[in-house]
Ligand binder design. Structure first.
Ligand SMILES: Nc1nc2c(c(=O)[nH]1)N[C@H]1C(S)=C(S)[C@@H](COP(=O)(O)OP(=O)(O)OC[C@H]3O[C@@H](n4cnc5c(=O)[nH]c(N)nc54)[C@H](O)[C@@H]3O)O[C@H]1N2
Ligand SMILES: Nc1nc2c(c(=O)[nH]1)N[C@H]1C(S)=C(S)[C@@H](COP(=O)(O)OP(=O)(O)OC[C@H]3O[C@@H](n4cnc5c(=O)[nH]c(N)nc54)[C@H](O)[C@@H]3O)O[C@H]1N2
Ligand code: SF4
Ligand SMILES: [Mo]
Length: 747
């Protein structure tokens, strides 16, 4: 296994019954067992020195759950160290309200909630309901995501709600709905991957982003990895294709071209299980291997080998990750990979398929329960009159009172504080000052607001800018459910009491709703009650949770949605671990080939910006780093922003290993430590986006959006690199207060 994923579990203490729950971070949702006390045994295998004694001991020790099929006893470095965030020295323990001097002063909950509710009411009265906006997150439990969407539509009456999943899953979701009539990250359990003969990974690096997934992939036959970088995942591949960033769409069209011209496609499947092949093929006909090679840099022979490995496999999977998806053509790119998978007859065939590797802890559930701008619970569309009537019925409101669709995440952030744009924003579960595209612009827009409210458990860069900060509970202190990348609903369980002064997100939403004039029983704060309401709201929808209950989950049932309620006296629905075996979710039961063609990224390279920058993840940090930058062990493993660059490219720019570089795009400049990587393409550099301040990779990225999914182009920006000539560390936690200074200066 990769670093930090193989620490031997120690024997549990028989005195203390362990609490079975799941890791707070990614969509793999590794099963864990929590016990009181500091972690036993040796530190995880890495070059990291032991923690100095002064660090507060975590209140819990975490053990991987050997019986949970997804991680089978594995955890990554982040999962092992997650309890440290529970006792982060700067954990938020009291509400904070901005004072006249521009600093934060502690306040009682009553004062903080009253301040928020009265300011929201004023702003709404002066500027209308859409002047108040909500930004959610794919890390929120199902219950929180559901109640947040209801809070926005009912208590605030605003259409302005979206969430960070727009930056994550939206392109794969849009392509999946178009192709299959339904979007569930993996329409099969991850354990199926171990039986595969070949797995194609397009723009995914699970060896660093979901290390325990490699247990299953390592058992599979051949891996084919498409990534401009030779990642730890690509190192394990039978075949690594390294296209220029932003050229996957052409590459996928080329793979379809080869499959068809070599007669390797499944004509019977195409005829009986799909429609639209002919138009898709006409596009791909123009993408012969040499043309694809010229554009992508992937040799024609390697393209042919990839098609051979997939088409000769008895069981094969095509999986996409953010590398293929986070583009202004991300939806079409996924569609092109789906077209290729359909031509080979993979989706819906037992032991084969297409899937997208969902990202955040509840990236799947977070996109089903109504925190998305165009969506109501059950994965329903907010413009569908039937959906509105059903959900309004569950909520006890008039369907006509429900607002229509709002702006997508990047557009919403871009509209804040502009003429006619929202004047107030509530953030639950995201840190856009670091993670949103063109982050400098986002920071300026946040500073223009009349009211910024952030609920978080740490002073994230976004919380630092807020007028009111509401301290909330963390994973191990709360109950709820999350839906993992396989569409399996999982229980998060409480192992420890939250610190005094901290409240749950559900309680915060309830208190605010009541202060805004809502009846208290419309906003329950008991997760079980919220889940029971969510079940009814999802009833009959695409993501139907009607038959799922805390009782069934606690009894250990593996329930994948759809899992509808069944009539009294009949057996409960067993859930749906594998979708599409008989039919796809379109009315005619057939999958749709999509008619897509290659197009260029929004940025063009020129003399000023001659390189491509792409961005992504490192093993040690999670997302904006708000949580993992508070774990000393992880900070030692990856302390600052780095830029991976080929030695020849570095030499031309006058840069050497370990020096500080300035990476510049048309949007802004980032400071990053040079890491020479001889296996990288010479036209491409890579930066992780986990660090704050001048180390934010998102100072480079732009706001070009995919027209269908509204996904920003995180994965390709035209840049230059130059030496800075300073030894100053970049993106270190101590630089965080910069955001506060900006906000203070802006009033
Ligand atoms: N350690 C860690 N793990 C995580 C997370 C984290 O922050 N840290 N976040 C979680 C979340 S929310 C997500 S969404 C997942 C993401 O998981 P992944 O999709 O695996 O992560 P990324 O690093 O964003 O992108 C994957 C790869 O895409 C490559 N890439 C860049 N540009 C292109 C391109 O144009 N084409 C192709 N084919 N590849 C390209 C990058 O080099 C990178 O290796 O990870 C989850 N797990
Ligand atoms: N350049 C570049 N930018 C990217 C990406 C990329 O690949 N490249 N990837 C994008 C992707 S895929 C994603 S998913 C986004 C993620 O980026 P963010 O949305 O910024 O995600 P996190 O850093 O996880 O931020 C979550 C915040 O909410 C807090 N939090 C966690 N759980 C809860 C909770 O239950 N309640 C509340 N109230 N707060 C909570 C955390 O402490 C943290 O401050 O970044 C996107 N940005
Ligand atoms: S792979 Fe994901 S869920 Fe598993 S331990 Fe690591 S961060 Fe947690
Ligand atoms: Mo994500």
């Amino acid at each position: 296994m990769g670093s930090g994923s193989s620490r031997a579990p120690s024997s549990p203490d028989p005195e203390e019954p362990a609490v079975a729950t799941h890791c707070p971070y990614c969509a793999l949702q590794c099963g864990t067992r929590l016990q009181p006390g500091a972690p036993p045994g040796p530190p995880p295998p890495s070059a990291v020195p032991a923690a100095p004694a002064a660090e507060p001991a975590p209140p819990l020790r975490v053990e991987p759950d050997a019986d949970f099929p997804v991680n089978q006893g594995g955890l990554c470095h982040k999962g092992w160290t997650a309890p440290a965030v529970l006792r982060a020295p700067d954990r938020l323990r009291t509400p904070l309200v901005r004072d006249r001097a521009g600093g934060h002063a502690p306040a009682s909950w009553d004062t903080a909630l009253h301040t928020v509710a009265s300011r929201l009411a004023e702003i709404r009265a002066a500027h209308g309901p859409d002047s108040v906006a909500v930004f959610g997150g794919g890390g929120l439990t199902n219950e929180k995501a559901y109640l947040l969407g209801k809070f926005a539509r009912v208590a605030l009456g605003t259409r302005m709600i979206d969430y960070n999943g727009r930056f994550c899953m939206s392109s794969a979701a849009a392509a999946g709905v178009a192709a299959f009539g339904l979007d569930r990250g993996l329409p099969f359990p991850v354990t199926d991957l171990a039986e595969a003969d070949t797995v194609l990974l397009a723009g995914a690096n699970p060896a660093e982003t979901m290390p325990p997934l490699m247990r299953h992939l390592n058992k599979a036959g051949a891996l084919v990895v498409i990534d401009p970088r030779r990642t730890p995942t690509a190192e394990r591949a039978a075949l690594h294709l390294a296209p220029a960033p932003g050229t996957d769409l052409a590459l996928a069209l080329g793979l379809l071209h080869i499959a068809v011209t070599e007669g390797r496609h499944d004509e019977e499947y195409v005829r009986t299980r799909s429609v639209g092949f002919r138009a898709a093929w006409r596009r791909a006909a123009g993408w012969w291997p040499e043309r694809v090679e010229l554009l992508t840099g992937v040799p024609a022979s390697a393209q042919r080998e990839a098609v051979r490995l997939l088409s000769e496999a008895r069981r094969a999977y095509v999986l996409t990750g953010r590398g293929a998806e986070q583009h202004s053509k991300g939806t079409d790119t996924v569609a092109a990979f789906v077209n290729f998978a359909l031509a080979l007859g993979l989706p819906g065939r037992p032991g084969s398929g297409y899937g997208c590797l969902t990202g955040q802890g509840n990236g799947q559930g977070g996109r089903e329960h109504g925190q998305k701008a165009d969506q109501l619970p059950g994965y329903r569309h907010i413009t569908d009159p039937g959906a509105r009537a059903h959900v309004a019925g569950v909520w006890g409101v008039d369907p006509d009172s429900l607002p229509g669709p709002g702006l997508s995440a990047a557009e919403l952030l871009g509209a804040l504080g502009t003429d006619g744009g929202p004047r107030a924003l509530l953030v639950f579960g995201s840190n856009p000052v670091v993670s949103a595209p063109d982050a400098e612009r986002v920071q300026r827009r946040l500073a223009e607001l009349d009211l910024l409210v952030v609920a978080d458990f740490v002073p994230s860069e976004t919380a630092t800018m807020a007028d009111v900060v509401l301290p909330v509970t963390q994973w191990a202190e709360e109950e709820g459910t999350l839906t993992n990348l396989e569409g399996r609903v999982l229980r998060r369980r409480r192992a420890l009491a939250p610190p005094p002064g901290v409240r749950g997100d559900l309680a915060v939403l309830r208190e605010l709703a009541v202060r805004l004039g809502e009846p208290a029983d419309r906003f329950p704060d008991d997760p079980r009650r919220v889940f029971d309401e969510l079940r009814r709201a999802s009833h009959g929808g695409t993501a139907d949770y009607g038959g799922i209950s805390y009782e069934r989950l606690d009894a250990g049932e593996a329930l994948h949605w759809p899992c509808p309620a069944t009539p009294d006296g009949t057996p409960p629905h067993p859930g749906t671990p594998r979708l599409f075996l008989d039919r796809f979710a379109h009315p005619d039961g057939k999958a749709r080939f999509q008619n897509v063609d290659h197009r260029e990224p929004a940025d063009a390279r020129d003399d000023r910006f001659p390189l491509w920058a792409t961005t992504g993840r490192q093993l040690a940090h999670y997302q904006s780093g708000a949580q993992t930058r508070r774990v000393p062990e992880l900070v030692r493993a990856a302390p600052e922003t780095t830029v991976e660059i080929h030695p020849d490219t570095a030499a031309r720019a006058g840069l050497a290993e370990g020096e500080l570089a300035r990476v510049r795009s048309a949007r802004g400049a980032v400071l990053a430590r040079v890491r020479l990587v001889a296996t990288l393409r010479t036209d491409t550099v890579f930066l992780p986006f986990h660090f704050p301040g001048h180390g934010r990779a998102n100072l480079l990225t732009g706001t070009a959006l995919d027209p269908r999914s509204r996904m920003p182009e995180f994965k390709v920006s035209a840049v230059s690199v130059e030496p800075v000539g300073s030894e100053e560390p970049v993106g270190r936690p101590e630089r965080v207060p910069e955001a506060a200074a900006v906000r203070g200066a802006a009033g």
